[in-house]
Ligand binder design. Structure first.
Ligand code: TMP
Length: 212
């Protein structure tokens, strides 16, 4: 039994979800909620090590199946170590990416057949599906320019180096996932002004989760 909520933020690289997650966290805290802001990969001590393996641009030899299993390992560790205890304590958990990213990036982007991981997903991940998923949509063509802007401050990671066709497939994945579960997903145009998006997210939190 838990009384908390799990809200995930999804979208292409550079879609602005980290900025929005930060603003939503601040807003929820001002409303008096107890919030855990976290991310995948990298939301635990072990997960931070997994993240550095996954995103290191020098790891060109990383096999697609190894990549897939590392994202799953991070997620299972994160659920058990961090998300589920926080939910049990009544917290609202805001998580930057979750399993939808694996389906979109490894399934649609890399073209991996995810049937091979079905039993792990069924037992270790599906029971803890998010209560709400906010998908920030940007055009795949926008990814490169957003990442260029960001890279004035931070180095490009391994996935930032992917091609436009890769991000088109990932975007298609997110679109199909959101269409299949309209009660869980809320899609927002991520190409709008930051403050407009934030206001939409507040409205969604108020309506969908009966938050004040
Ligand atoms: P971030 O930049 O949003 O922190 O995510 C790191 C990268 O990892 C991003 O390019 C998306 C990618 N990713 C996957 O490919 N599969 C996954 O399951 C997750 C969680 C992230």
């Amino acid at each position: 039994m838990d009384s908390g909520k799990l809200i995930t933020f999804e979208g292409l690289d550079g879609c602005g979800k980290s900025t929005q997650l930060e603003k939503a966290t601040d807003w929820l805290k001002v409303q008096g909620y107890s919030v855990l802001k976290t991310r995948q990969p990298g939301g635990t001590v072990i997960g931070q090590q997994i993240r550095s393996i996954l995103l290191n641009p020098e790891h060109e030899e990383l096999q697609p199946e190894s990549e897939l299993l590392l994202y799953l390992a991070d997620r299972i560790q994160h659920l058990q170590d961090s998300i589920l205890p926080a939910k049990a304590a009544g917290k609202i958990v805001l998580c930057d990416r979750f399993h939808d990213s694996t389906v979109a990036y490894q399934g649609y982007g890399r073209g991996l057949n995810l049937n091979s991981i079905e039993s792990i997903v069924e037992h270790c991940i599906k029971p803890y599906s998010p209560d709400l998923t906010i998908l920030l949509n940007i055009a795949p063509e926008t990814v490169a320019s957003r990442l260029e802007r960001r890279q004035e401050h931070v180095e490009k990671d391994r996935l930032d180096l992917e091609s436009l066709s890769f991000f088109k497939r990932v975007a298609q994945g997110f679109q199909e996932l959101s269409a299949a579960e309209p009660e869980r997903f809320v899609c927002i145009n991520g190409e709008q002004e930051i403050e407009l998006i934030h206001q939409e997210i507040i409205n969604i939190l108020q309506q969908r989760l009966q938050l004040s």
